[in-house]
Design a protein. Sequence first.
Length: 63
Amino acid sequence: GSEEQHPALSTRELVDLIRRVGRRAIERDTLYNILEDYSDKVFEDDKQWRGYYALPVVENAGS
């Protein structure tokens, strides 16, 4: 949030955001030479199974 003193995104998070808007994630230097093309990159943590998400249970008290 805005209250964070040192906000930062990991490379994986930044690449994911760029991919979500339909763009290619390419790292470039100051002369616009390509340093790394993340278009087809698969990050190690993307391959790991994270388990199931715990979802809240909502009970219908009106029935």
